[in-house]
Unconditional design. Structure first.
Length: 291
């Protein structure tokens, strides 16, 4: 959800906002709080007047559909699974086994309903009723949220926990169009629209961040390589080097070779070549030209 939040913010803060945002969505659902927050992030587009289109090529169920219904337009492929508007909760109960073993779990709570269904105690009838009420409360909020975002839905018909595929989902009003995301984007490009892809990635630190050096000049790469030799020797003394570090060093090696016009696998003359050893279950592996 954090990355989704960053992506939405990046779009909304851009100097020239897009006329439309296309979300490629694939999700089977999950926690109430997590998907509730994800849906709230998507609603920010509507709040700022940016049209959102959700394209579901495979699956948007339960919390996934909660996200999809925030869009102004929903496309799905002919066999995409859509729906599952419902709530489920389950707790294993080991009270009988504990009783046979002669074990008891002592709990201290404050507040009548701090605990309803307990995995260590036999559930009471009153606790079961309360747990059912809690599930129904979440269900009403979920189905109400879907109805608010898609007013044309017969919510009693679709909020049953069932999943429908493609045309059946279209017939019930859960989606607006049968079309893959690739075809939807292709049609926009054929009309002359500029289509950009946005993905938020956290910046790597340490050796893993060296992949970004591929765009540097030859002089900058040579300077970095000289420093890198010392860092590599120091890292070997401290412990094994991670696979991410090996990949980053290979990227740096290739970039330096390309910048200097050298043959692949060579290292610029006059610069100490980094040598990294990685320790693993099969022993120690060193490298000379490749990782």
């Amino acid at each position: 959800v954090e990355m989704l939040s960053q992506e939405v913010s990046a779009i909304l803060l851009s100097k020239q906002r897009p006329s439309e945002v296309v979300l490629r969505l694939k999700s089977p659902g999950g926690t109430v709080t997590g998907y509730g927050l994800a849906a709230a992030q998507l609603q920010r587009f509507r709040q700022h007047g940016v049209r959102l289109v959700a394209c579901v090529d495979e699956l948007a169920a339960s919390g996934g559909y909660m996200m999809a219904c925030c869009a102004d337009h929903i496309c799905c492929s002919p066999f995409a699974a859509i729906g599952s508007i419902g709530v489920i909760a389950g707790v294993p109960n080991a009270s009988e086994r504990l009783e046979r073993e002669g074990l008891k779990v002592i709990q201290t709570t404050a507040g009548k309903w701090k605990r309803t269904i307990d995995p260590f105690q036999p559930p009471t009838e009153e606790a079961l009723i309360k747990a059912k009420d809690d599930v129904m409360m979440i269900y009403r909020q979920f189905s109400g949220f879907v109805k608010q975002n898609r007013p044309g839905l017969d919510i009693e018909q679709v909020a049953t926990g069932e999943v429908w595929f493609g045309k059946e989902a279209l017939d019930r009003g859960l989606v607006d169009e049968l079309q893959t995301s690739s075809e939807y984007l292709l049609q926009h490009m054929m009309k002359g629209h500029e289509v950009l892809s946005l993905t938020y990635n956290k910046k790597s630190s340490g050796f893993a961040g060296l992949e970004s050096l591929a765009g540097l000049s030859q002089e900058q790469l040579l300077e970095t390589a000289s420093t890198l030799s010392s860092l590599t020797a120091a890292s070997q003394a401290l412990g094994p080097v991670t696979p991410e570090a090996l990949q980053a060093l290979q990227a740096l090696r290739s970039a330096a070779a390309a910048a200097g016009g050298s043959a692949q696998g060579s290292w610029p003359s006059g610069v100490p070549e980094p040598r990294v050893e990685a320790s693993g279950p099969l022993g120690t592996r060193g490298n000379q030209y490749g990782f």
